[in-house]
Design a protein around this ligand. Structure first.
Ligand SMILES: Cc1cc2nc3c(=O)[nH]c(=O)nc-3n(C[C@H](O)[C@H](O)[C@H](O)COP(=O)(O)OP(=O)(O)OC[C@H]3O[C@@H](n4cnc5c(N)ncnc54)[C@H](O)[C@@H]3O)c2cc1C
Length: 289
């Protein structure tokens, strides 16, 4: 039994909570306001034998259409930030673009290389969000977690970050992150940020609904986008979903895409790339059903 008023579920249309704009309706949408509430919720669902779905910025997920029966825990209301010299604490629901802006204004550098990634801080840990210029894990000094028993902290030397994979495997939830940044000139950081954003806008469909890259790059020499383009799928469309003609490793929602349309595109690309190049593409995007 849950008693806190912040833990009363409500109905939500999940497509409104994802950047891909796909997702059905849930009657079990929870928005905890504190790490303790997250812990309470996890304990509650564990006692009910139910596996909740944890939602950050919804920028890496495609959620099934129709009725979504798993409870959803949205982290977006955990959004406090603390600065102490070159150390920054950000709660899991802080939007990365907002955090980067705050850091740049204070002359704290490092994470500006991640500008343009529409993640929450928690989602950036889970996915180890990054670009060729660096990954979120490079700046993390500790992560605070909740599980169904307690809140606990792991230091950097206890955390393993790899390519698009953070240190979250066992159903625990990230509630906050400590970062180590470097003092720099706000002007220099701003200029770097603008350069990166300009390049992104030129090479990626930033103004279209998507969930970022669909597949992981199979190797540093062969990007998934290149392989998809070479098998003739750049611009290819199923229903309302389409491999972007700007960047073939993005699927965009042209207006009425469904979960099924996206699945079909993914399967088509996997099969063709396997047949032509013998390469097994691994999805980076998370398909939630
Ligand atoms: C236009 C666009 C550009 C992008 N560019 C990049 C890029 O350059 N580099 C890159 O790496 N990614 C990129 N992405 C993808 C995406 O922004 C990142 O993967 C990001 O880290 C996802 O964070 P999120 O908060 O949106 O997570 P969500 O999409 O909400 O969730 C992703 C996964 O993390 C889990 N999760 C979320 N929060 C928590 C938490 N607090 N605790 C435990 N589990 C949690 C979810 O259950 C889910 O499995 C891009 C996406 C878009 C739409």
């Amino acid at each position: 039994m849950l008693y806190s008023v912040t833990l009363i579920p409500r109905e939500e249309v999940l497509s409104e909570w994802t950047t891909m704009r796909i997702g059905g309706v849930t009657e079990h949408f929870y928005e905890p306001l504190s790490p303790e509430d997250v812990c309470l919720l996890l304990a509650h669902f564990r006692s009910e034998g139910v596996k909740p779905f944890v939602l950050g910025g919804g920028s890496k997920v495609v959620i099934k259409d129709g009725v979504f029966t798993r409870p959803v825990i949205s982290m977006r209301s955990l959004c406090n930030v603390k600065f102490d010299g070159e150390t920054v604490f950000a709660a899991a629901g802080v939007m990365l673009p907002n955090l980067i802006k705050m850091c740049v204004e204070r002359g704290l550098g490092g994470i500006e290389v991640l500008c343009g990634i529409p993640a929450t801080v928690g989602g950036a840990v889970v996915m180890n969000a990054g670009t060729k210029c660096g990954s979120f894990g490079d700046f993390v000094s500790a992560v605070e977690f909740a599980n169904g028993d307690k809140l606990f902290t792991k230091r950097r030397d206890e955390l393993v970050f790899s390519y698009r994979r953070g240190p979250v495997q066992g159903g625990e939830v990230v509630v906050g992150v400590w970062l180590n940044l470097k003092t720099s000139s706000p002007q220099t950081l701003m200029e770097r940020m603008h350069k990166i954003l300009k390049e992104r806008v030129t090479t990626q469909p930033m103004n279209k609904p998507s969930a970022g890259c669909v597949f992981k790059n199979p190797s540093p020499h062969h990007s998934a986008g290149y392989l998809i383009e070479r098998v003739g799928l750049k611009g290819y469309r199923v229903g309302g979903a389409q491999f972007s003609s700007k960047h073939a490793n993005f699927i965009i929602n042209t207006g009425n895409a469904t979960f099924k349309d996206v699945l079909e595109l993914i399967e088509t690309a996997r099969k063709r790339v396997k047949k032509v190049f013998g390469v097994e593409l691994q999805t980076e995007m998370r398909l939630i059903s």
